[in-house]
Write a protein that binds this ligand. Structure first.
Ligand code: GDP
Ligand code: MG
Length: 177
């Protein structure tokens, strides 16, 4: 880039929420560093990771926040949600309970975040089709009812991770640019 210009036009904060072990940290690792680990430790320390992409000829820095093992109900603090313009609401397609908890996460998110927040419901671990416990139809129906985007992803196989973030960031861009 000319003159080493790493000008950033926009910074958009996006939060990852959902039960523990659904794959939030691996989705982030895939998006931010194109990495994946099968024995990922419970998240510690790092608050967010960034990746800069170009949307409509503008440089957009996505600042993606990951819960630091605070997934117990109501343990995520309001600082986590503050200023978030987008959210990935993640469940594990092989863990029914993680999907059953989605309404709670959604309620908590809507109680804390920007009223225009762009929300993507994400059914992760789509590579484990033989262990599926949540049908795509059920999730799609819920997403439509609640006005959420919806995708199934696999952080392991890198399926739809890029698509999920791109969709959310492009939608945020439309609202805030
Ligand atoms: P978090 O607690 O929501 O941050 O979940 P992690 O990202 O730590 O992932 C929990 C476990 O699920 C780890 O063993 C990951 O390797 C595994 N995992 C994450 N994403 C996927 C995926 O897409 N497919 C499969 N098969 N395993 C995954
Ligand atoms: Mg984690």
């Amino acid at each position: 880039m000319k003159g080493g210009g790493d000008k950033v036009d926009y910074v958009f904060k996006v939060v990852l929420i959902g039960d523990s072990a659904v794959g939030k940290s691996q989705i982030l690792a895939r998006f931010a560093r194109n990495e994946f680990s099968l024995d990922s430790k419970a998240t510690i320390g790092v608050e967010f990771q960034t990746r800069t992409l170009v949307i409509d000829h503008k440089s957009v820095k996505a600042q993606i926040w990951d819960t630091a093992g605070q997934e117990r109900y109501r343990a995520v603090t309001s600082a986590y949600y503050r200023g978030a313009l987008g959210a990935l609401l993640v469940y594990d397609i092989t863990k029914r309970q993680s999907f059953d908890h989605i309404p709670r996460w959604l309620e908590e998110l809507r109680g804390h975040a920007d009223k225009n927040i762009v929300i993507m419901l994400v059914g992760n671990k789509s590579d484990l089709e033989e262990e599926r416990a949540v049908s795509s139809e059920d999730a799609k129906e819920f997403a439509e009812k609640e006005n959420l985007f919806f995708l199934e992803t696999s952080a392991l196989q890198a399926t739809n991770v890029e698509n999920a973030f791109q969709t959310v960031l492009t939608e945020i861009f439309k609202i805030h640019s």
